[in-house]
Design a protein around this ligand. Structure first.
Ligand SMILES: [Zn+2]
Ligand SMILES: [Zn+2]
Length: 75
């Protein structure tokens, strides 16, 4: 019987394990720009790995998911 290895417990490459951001849905900080991968395996981003950025109130994680609409008037 062949069993496929379950992906459970294996970190997903290209997705931040802290905030869940991806290259298409990055985090942003006005002082540091968009996040980058803080490790070689691409499982944690700079804006989570670096406390100075992570604790910055201006840091927004997963900007596309947040759907931030700055000053956008709504009807
Ligand atoms: Zn992150
Ligand atoms: Zn990020």
């Amino acid at each position: 019987m062949k069993e496929k290895l379950s992906p459970t417990g294996i970190l997903k490459v290209g997705v931040c394990r802290i905030c869940g951001c991806t290259e298409h849905d990055p985090c942003f900080n006005p002082h540091h720009g968009f996040c980058w991968w803080a490790d070689a395996t691409r499982t944690i981003c700079s804006h989570c790995a670096d406390p100075a950025i992570a604790e910055d109130p201006f840091t927004v994680h997963c900007v596309n998911s947040e759907k931030v609409k700055p000053y956008a008037p709504e009807d």
